[in-house]
Design a protein around this ligand. Structure first.
Ligand SMILES: NC(=O)c1ccc[n+]([C@@H]2O[C@H](COP(=O)([O-])OP(=O)(O)OC[C@H]3O[C@@H](n4cnc5c(N)ncnc54)[C@H](O)[C@@H]3O)[C@@H](O)[C@H]2O)c1
Length: 325
């Protein structure tokens, strides 16, 4: 396989990022773009200088016969797209969150497994050089408490402000940090989450403005994560994680740096590598080599992060702690 034929469904904001990365690879050929807003598909085809625009997704798969598919649709639009790709044995990269209920996510996971397909989920931060460094710094250290946050305003996408279309801020956005906790500390055992409303006054908005989550991991690490979308202006939010080890503080500043402080002093590492490029390259290399192990966030693993964030929603709704499998 010299060139990989790439097709894309959902041609909005995040597709720009993937396309910029893919266009920098010399083994990629764009063969199809589909979006329910056809002007978006045309925009992306024009942006990369090629690739037929389709108004029907199934026709695109059958006509363009892509080697890989990028699925970049809103969170509530999954299911049909994945199953049509799986039926045709087309490996796919799907953006997080990959579904808004675990029944659907697990049925896709099981179908992927049965078909033996390479898949990837857009947890790009797993490919950060500073996260590799964080893992190195954590080696041999004992961690008790972790705290962290993803606080900001309300993002632009038209589907973002409703639970039914986005899943809420934890599921849609802070899922990156929840996934990072899993990547660094393993499987969670239970989770409790409190959420509140009342600050954001806006038509067509039913999300919680902020929430606080306590996760107990199977290895007894306890993490507290803040999530908030009620802030305005350019306030510094210090998003990221504080990891309190027995003999060190490790501060991961979201997609920027990691700093370790011990009694001997501090050392700071600044991000040097574009994690999005690395993530897309890893997926394509995994497809070319038919080696799923090259992907750091395959569909089955990503299901565990999705389940954790959906359990937060359940905890907010019920007021109860949720025990995880
Ligand atoms: N990995 C990351 O860091 C990251 C960053 C941003 C967004 N995302 C995720 O990417 C996904 C898309 O987000 P976005 O910001 O690009 O949103 P967006 O609204 O900008 O783009 C989504 C596009 O999908 C199209 N669409 C909707 N339903 C469709 C369907 N059934 N078939 C074909 N096209 C359809 C829309 O018309 C729109 O153009 C979301 O799940 C989001 O959480 C991931």
């Amino acid at each position: 396989m010299d060139k990989l034929k790439v097709a894309m469904v959902g041609c909005g904001g995040i597709s720009n990022l993937h396309l910029n990365h893919l266009a920098s690879f010399d083994d990629v050929e764009f063969v199809g773009f589909m979006d329910i807003r056809s002007e978006k598909a045309l925009e992306k085809s024009t942006m990369v200088g090629g690739g037929k625009v389709y108004d029907d997704y199934v026709t695109m798969l059958d006509d363009a016969k892509p080697d890989v598919l990028y699925i970049c649709v809103p969170p509530d639009q999954h299911g049909f797209i994945e199953f049509e790709a799986i039926k045709r044995a087309i490996p796919f990269l799907v953006e997080k969150p990959m579904a808004l209920d675990m029944e659907l996510a697990y049925s896709i996971r099981d179908a992927v497994d049965k078909a033996g397909l390479v898949t990837a989920v857009g947890f790009q931060d797993r490919y950060l050089d500073i996260i590799t460094k964080t893992k190195e710094l954590l080696k041999g250290r004992t961690v008790g408490l972790v705290d962290g946050q993803w606080i900001g305003g309300i993002p632009n996408p038209y589907w973002w402000t409703l639970y039914s279309t986005s899943g809420g801020q934890i599921v849609e956005q802070n899922i990156h940090l929840f996934d990072m906790l899993r990547y660094l500390f393993g499987d969670p055992a239970r989770v409790y989450c409190a959420g509140a409303r009342g600050i954001v006054k806006r038509e067509g908005y039913d999300l919680h403005d902020y929430s606080s989550t306590i996760i107990t991991f199977k290895n007894n690490v306890i993490a507290t994560l803040f999530t908030g979308c009620y802030r305005q202006g350019k306030l510094s939010n210090n998003n990221g994680l504080n990891i309190l080890c027995v003999d060190a503080n490790i501060r991961y500043l979201l997609r920027e740096s990691v700093e370790i402080t011990t009694t001997d002093g501090s050392e700071m590492f600044i991000k040097e590598v574009n994690q999005g490029v690395t993530a897309d390259r890893a997926f394509l290399d995994a497809v070319k080599a038919n080696n799923p192990a090259l992907v750091k966030s395959p569909y089955a693993d990503a299901c565990k992060s999705l389940a954790l964030t959906l359990a937060c929603n359940e905890s907010i709704a019920t007021g109860k702690e949720i025990i995880l499998d």
